[in-house]
Design a protein around this ligand. Sequence first.
Ligand code: RTP
Ligand code: MG
Length: 156
Amino acid sequence: KSGWTGVKERTFIAVKPDGVQRKRVGEIVQRFEKKGFKLVGFKLLKASKDLLREHYWEHRNRPFYNRLVTYMSSGPVVAMVWQGQDVVKTGRDMMGKTNPIDSMPGTFRGDFCVEMGRNVIHGSDSVESAQREISLWFKESELCDREVCSNNWIYD
Ligand code: RTP
Ligand code: MG
C-alpha cells in the first residue's frame, strides 16, 4: 500500500501532571482516537527527576529547566505512543503552541490551560525526537502494534 511507511510513524505524547489532575486524559485519548491514530503504548507513572532531566535534556541550560523538571515530577503523568500518518506534526498541531496564549481554540493548550508553566500536554517535535523519547519512556516489549491491528480480536 502506498503510504505504508508514513503509517508506521510514531510520536510520544504525555499528559502532564496538571492534565492528569484536571481529568483531561480521556478527552486527549479520545481526540487522538477520533483523528484515526492508533494507540501503541500507554502507561500512568510518576516519572523520576532523572528521567525528566534526560527527557528535556535539550533545555538543560535554559533558566526554566529546574522548574520544568519539578513541575513534571509533581504528580503522575500518562505516557503514550501514537502511530499513524504524519502523527508527529499532526500531534503538535493538535496540541497548540508552547504558550497557551498563542494556541488556537480547538487545540489542547488553547482549550485546557492559560499558562506555559502548566500546559497540560507534551508532544515530540520531530520524528528523531519521537524515536529518542519513545525509547527513553518505553521498552520495546511494552509497545503493541501487531496485536492491536490483528483481526483476532474480532474473528475466532
Ligand atoms: P513540550 O516539549 O513539553 O511538548 O513543549 P514544547 O515543545 O511546546 O516547548 P519546549 O520549548 O520544548 O519547552 C518545554 C516545556 O518547558 C516549559 N517552558 N517554560 N520560558 C518558560 O518559562 C518556558 N519555556 C518553556 C513549558 O512547559 C514547555 O512545554
Ligand atoms: Mg518540546
